[in-house]
Design a protein. Sequence first.
Length: 431
Amino acid sequence: MESKLKKIAIIGLGYVGLPLAIEFGKNRNVIGFDINKVRIQQLKQGNDVTKECSLDSIKSAQNLKFSSDLVDIKDAEIFIVTVPTPIDKANQPNLEPLKIASKNIGSILKHGDIVIYESTVFPGATEEVCVPILEKESGLKFNKDFSCGYSPERINPGDKVNTITKIKKITSGSNIAVTEEIDELYSSIIVAGTWKASSIKVAEAAKVIENSQRDLNIAFVNELSVIFDRLNIDTVEVLEAAGSKWNFLPFRPGMVGGHCIGVDPYYLTHKAEQIGYNPQIILAGRRMNDNMSSYAAKSIIKRMIKANVDISQSSIGVLGITFKENCPDIRNSKVVNLVKELESWNVEVLVTDPVANSDEVKYEYGINLVAKENLVGISALIVAVGHDEYRAMSVSEFSAMCPIKGSVFADLKSIFPKEALQDEGFEVFRL
């Protein structure tokens, strides 16, 4: 029961760290720390630009404070790290945020403290990468003066149903005593319960394969989509027919982006290559999914050319740029790749999105978002993200944007009835 008295510092207040800080802050003293001073000021005002947490939910955490000053977290006894772990341009793990967080914690680490990592990593990263930094910066000895744990995040951005307390939590620790304490800590807020892994490495591996499994299943249906398109068969109809069997897995083709599914497999393959194994299936799935944006763009252009559209004098409207529906997160959005591929054909591309931050999109990708009302007289329309606003639109509204009969309508999320679109005169493309 000792952990109930300890003060917690949450390092990194993004999609993962903020909801966690709020839950713990309802019943114990918590300091939410982030090096982004603008983010801290926003949170102090109750404004979460990620839209994950409302003003009321932030206020509900009466014992939660925010800071960008290391001095304010030096008296914490439990440090939970929730910083991003992206990949670089060569698809290699970028552990710099994790290393910086470990260095900062190490500079204030005390005897008896616990450091828990939630960021997605390859098996062994906590003890091989983070612990040496903590030891060097603090002068303390691992498992003698301080302990570590790993409890992988399972946050689903934008999901208001499967929230943090309703998702079972994997827990692990660097020794028996701290494993029990960490499990007790998370059990105090996770209604869905916890799963104690036998070691930190097991917990790290469990996390990284969760999204790798999804990635491979999506890669399979993406390859089916390419094959069936050449056979002039509608992939969605095939999947619906096959789905009549009770054990058929309901995956759909699509562009795989975001900070998890499109990233995590590369962490696993990086570690595999380090130990002398050249992964085959995982990387094949990654190649398939990474190529879907280019494939979709070329398929759309091909249909426009077939319809005698002058590509150089045409414009294409793209609905949505975030990596998933109803969520402002644009990290690793594959819609960006789609836009860049279309632009390589010298076609004008107009992108709109009701939830994305236009300044952030411009800064990160150099794309200027336009209002949906500006999509007038376009030659093709692409529904790239299934935001609720788009799902509520009628076929006649799409026709008003594309007045020419035979215009290409690319429903990349397979949201709308194909027959209704065809009846309106659209040439329909679906993945």
